[in-house]
Ligand binder design. Structure first.
Ligand code: MOS
Length: 742
């Protein structure tokens, strides 16, 4: 059906397809938000509070206003009106709902108090640095030990603090008390910063058509909703464009105050305003994974059968915001256990709003629960793989529903085989190689699967090319390529004939690039749009004089098959049409009271560390990861996601943490020099395997999602390997060398 003779001999689905946008990226032609330039463009640099708790009592902008090139210094006095976005049925999602400059109360270090705008970035920065603020300052609460705050909705648990009930079955307390073997430990995960390579950036522009925002975002449609609400505009008067995003890991999922600041400043000045955050601001104003403290209690029989599981967790949050870090998401269904209780509490701190960070909730949650499983295996002297297989559930015992597709046992078995797990001697410090002590550890993982609502359009053109459009965005994960693969497969053209349009709210509404759900969400919309376009073409073909299809029955599926073997460009030319377009849509999968299955992806990690006690040198030397995420549409991009997750997981286990200065509430480490992350030298050989069982409950291709699961569970596998090598069980991440020095 292609206008060329290059129609693929087999489907591009499931093939190792390199990114179609790769050449644009490596040649510097891909335009990221801060690359767009406009006539009259001016630059905004925010001023952040240098206290974390108190009140702004005076803002002296006189010196700043006289600085070269300055257009304005904005504050609460002159920024103009911005409405607070309100959660509602049709509303957008927003982690920090307070509009910037809304009051004079300072709730965290770095909270914006002013915005300097000038003709160059340097002038704006110099002016911002010249703004003088006077505060009434109180001691900030940035305490790292977490105790749940009072909250009217919370219930009393035996944990001794005030917690909310999340999930319960049986009698967890009684079963724990009677259990022959008991595990009771508390695990701590630190505040982590997302640190995508591309800084947050926005350029706002007003004209007769309304507000246009170029923004580095994981959700153009949601951003449009929030900005329309804040600026009291109909949504069709707001356009958001995000052609390329240098990743986000969740901190670009939802809008942050700097975007509204740029829009407000542009509205006041009548010129486009560009605002790019500094790396330091990336630690202050655009979210972080909140610190968690999780008590896990497991009661088991001597043979290793779980009889009771309790997971009571507390997370840190900001003073005003309601981010929920759902550490208990996977606890009710990961293993079979008749008695279970999951509760959570929250502890407010003078820290900016927390946010989803790659695998939010489940990643810190699985670190705790999978670590507890490993401690139980050690206590019982049972192999940790066998312990897990022994407790494999038949159904989701929390929801009392079957899984759409769960092949976790196969993941464990394949992972053990690929890693060589049968050669493990469980005795601490007993395994060596080349003079190094080896540690081997493992853990299971899971991540939710589902679909957001999505729309897409597909246009067949008379030059033999196809265009597919959807207002989702590619955050670096390969969404451009996936859409091209879907359309190439359905229409029967080669990939180079497909143009993909993403990242613009003028396109059919598309999903957030989040929750590992972009791919599973766009499949029905894109395939539906392609089918509609083909249907249109068939209708045209049947009516054209001289067409071989004239007069045939359009319901005849054989006809459809025949049309798809002829060149659509020829039919369009015969019909004197430039193109035909089809629209498709897919429904979201959340909140369906009639759901027949629960949908999750599963997997496991096997990790090896090397330990050199003489020099206190600890390295992750090898990782085998097996993932059950349904059908993998692009194994190259899929593997890349899992490897990235594992690398980030090594960071979670060994390096990453943000600490706050108790005196001024500022992060002590807020640069890429001080916030240590995994670099190439820390990344070992990562062996990724997929068990591919198409999950057709999710979509017709059976593809779930793959962006986040690679980070789930890996920290528990590494800390178990550290224990195996050193005998030290680290229950507060990251593992520090001083933890290991006896
Ligand atoms: Mo992800 S935390 O949904 O970007």
């Amino acid at each position: 059906m292609s206008a060329t003779q290059e129609a693929p001999t087999s489907s591009p689905i499931g093939r190792r397809t390199p990114r179609i946008d790769g050449p644009l990226k490596v040649s510097g032609m891909a335009r990221y938000t801060s690359d767009f330039k406009f006539d009259g463009l001016v630059y905004g640099v925010p001023v952040g509070a240098t206290i974390a708790n108190g009140r702004l009592i005076k803002l002296d902008t006189t010196a700043a206003e006289l600085m070269p090139g300055v257009r304005a210094i904005f504050s609460r006095e002159n920024i103009g009106k911005m409405r607070q976005s309100v959660p509602s049925e049709n509303g957008g999602t927003c982690e920090e709902r307070r509009p910037p400059f809304n009051d004079d109360i300072i709730r965290y270090y770095g909270q914006y108090i002013a915005l300097a705008v000038a003709d160059t970035f340097e002038h704006a920065k110099a002016a911002a640095d010249s703004v003088v603020a006077t505060y009434e300052s109180n001691t900030p609460n940035v305490a790292s030990h977490l105790e749940a705050d009072d909250d009217p909705d919370q219930i009393q648990t035996t944990f001794g603090e005030r917690h909310r009930l999340q999930s319960e079955r049986g009698d967890a307390d009684a079963a724990f008390a009677d259990a022959p073997v008991q595990i009771d430990y508390t695990y701590v995960t630190p505040t982590e910063a997302h640190n995508p390579l591309e800084l947050h950036a926005t350029t706002a522009k007003w004209d007769e058509s309304g507000l246009t925002l170029y923004d580095s975002t994981q959700g153009v449609v949601n951003l449009r909703t929030i900005l329309a609400e804040m600026f009291e505009l109909p949504t069709d008067k707001v356009r958001v464009i995000s052609r390329f995003v240098g990743s986000g890991f969740g901190n670009k999922l939802f809008p942050w105050p700097h975007t509204a600041l740029a829009a407000a400043a542009s509205r006041e000045l009548g010129v486009p305003v560009k605002l790019v955050l500094s790396r330091k601001m990336m630690f202050l104003n655009v979210g972080h994974r909140p610190r968690t403290q999780q008590r896990v209690r497991i009661g088991a029989t001597k043979e290793g059968k779980l009889v009771s599981l309790q997971h009571d967790y507390i997370y840190q949050r900001s003073i005003l915001d309601n981010h929920h870090e759902d550490c208990g998401e996977t606890t009710p269904f990961q293993y079979s256990v008749p008695n279970l209780r999951v509760t959570f509490g929250r502890a407010a701190r003078n820290i900016g709003a927390s946010a989803d960070m790659r695998g939010p909730g489940a990643v810190p949650g699985l670190y705790a629960t999978e670590s507890a499983m490993n401690e139980l295996a050690r206590e019982l002297n049972i192999d940790p793989v066998s312990l897990r297989i022994m407790n494999e559930p038949e159904i989701d015992e929390g929801e009392n529903l079957p899984f759409s597709s769960r092949h976790l046992v196969e993941c464990f078995e394949l992972g053990a085989e690929k890693f060589g797990w049968s050669k493990r001697n469980p005795e601490v410090g007993s395994m060596t190689r080349d003079g190094l002590i080896l540690g081997w550890g493992m853990a299971g993982c899971s991540w939710l699967a589902g679909r957001f609502a999505a729309e897409a359009s597909v246009e067949l053109r008379d030059d033999g090319t196809v265009s597919v459009a959807c207002a989702t965005q590619d955050i670096g994960t390969g969404t451009y390529t996936i859409l091209a693969q879907l359309v190439a497969d359905r229409i029967g053209v080669s990939l180079d004939k497909v143009e993909v349009k993403l990242g613009d709210t003028l396109l059919p509404a598309g999903p957030l690039s989040g929750g590992s759900m972009a791919t599973s969400s766009v499949v029905p919309a894109v395939l539906g749009a392609a089918d509609k376009a083909i249907g249109e073409l068939i209708d045209i073909a049947m009516t054209i004089e001289g067409s071989p299809f004239k007069g045939l029955n359009s319901d005849d599926l054989k006809l459809k098959a025949r049309v798809s073997k002829v060149e659509f460009a020829e039919i369009l030319k015969l019909a004197n049409r430039r193109s035909v377009t089809g629209n498709g849509s897919g429904a979201g999968s959340f909140g369906d009271p009639n759901a027949e299955f629960v949908t999750h992806s599963f997997g496991c990690h096997f990790a090896e560390v090397t330990w050199q006690p003489e020099t206190a040198r600890l390295r992750v030397s090898r990782v085998v990861t097996v993932i059950d995420a349904g059908r993998i549409l692009n194994p190259l991009a899929g593997r890349n996601q899992i490897e990235g997750g594992v690398v980030m997981g090594i960071g979670m286990a060994m390096f990453e943490h943000t600490s706050y200065d108790p005196q001024n509430g500022a992060p002590i480490n807020s640069s890429l020099a001080d916030y240590v992350m995994t670099v190439n030298a820390d990344a070992p050989k990562i062996d990724v395997h997929f068990v591919e069982y198409p999950d057709t409950y999710i979509n017709e291709l059976g593809a779930r999602g793959i962006g986040e699961i690679g980070l789930a569970g890996i920290a528990a596998a590494i800390t178990d390997a550290v224990h195996h090598a050193t005998g030290v069980r680290v229950r507060e991440l990251p593992v520090k060398i001083e933890d290991l020095l006896g």
